[in-house]
Design a protein around this ligand. Structure first.
Ligand SMILES: [Zn+2]
Length: 199
């Protein structure tokens, strides 16, 4: 049992990144089996923003609520607040599987919500699950658990805003994500540098 209170920042990053990576990987395998292709109307609305093969590869599943990961128990038992409360999230993406919370949004989810999750799907494709987890957790911990300090999220929100303003006129969000993620020096360009974050 790990007591998160006793970890320094680098140890906490490693603890969270490793646990999150395993959780994402397990959740992806678990839900993939029950998940479906994107609804036709969603695919039509997102065509051009993402490649057809990426839209075809995505899977989506409606769940009652996004459940928090088992390793949060270690925060609760040590009297610490949990890093992010997923139970109030509308949606989450595990690799190529998007979960949508019935508790938070009506079905079918808006195109905008799915667009945001598709950005994460492309990020996962570039980084892999474990590097995604590390790239997500590192700036989050280093910026005192400020969610908007996570480039993987701020990029997704920026692109989502442009999608909403686009009136259906496509721009290649997927190409932008792939180009941006490869730029050296960014906090999440882990696969091509920034190895000092890895442990
Ligand atoms: Zn997001």
């Amino acid at each position: 049992m790990t007591d998160p209170k006793r970890l320094n920042m680098q140890e906490l990053v490693s603890f969270l990144a490793d646990n999150a990576g395993n959780w994402i990987s397990n959740q992806r395998d678990l839900h993939r089996h029950y998940a479906e292709a994107l609804p036709d109307t969603t695919t039509a609305a997102l065509r051009g923003f993402f490649r057809d093969e990426t839209l075809d590869r995505a899977r989506i599943r409606r769940v009652p609520v996004i459940e928090n990961p088992p390793f949060y128990r270690e925060f609760e038992e040590s009297g610490q607040s949990i890093p992010l409360d997923f139970s109030v999230w509308a949606a989450i993406t595990f690799g190529d599987v998007i979960l949508v919370s019935d508790d938070q949004v009506p079905w079918p989810p808006s195109h905008s919500v799915v667009f945001h999750e598709m950005v994460h799907l492309v990020q996962y494709d570039e980084l892999g699950v474990f590097e995604f987890a590390r790239s997500y957790v590192t700036p989050f911990v280093q910026n005192r658990f400020n969610y908007m300090s996570i480039p993987l999220e701020s990029d997704a929100f920026d692109l989502q805003g442009r999608f909403e303003a686009s009136a259906g006129e496509p721009f290649s969000a997927e190409a932008e994500v792939r180009a941006h993620i490869g730029k050296p020096g960014l906090p999440y360009s882990g696969r091509r540098g920034n190895r000092q974050l890895a442990k």
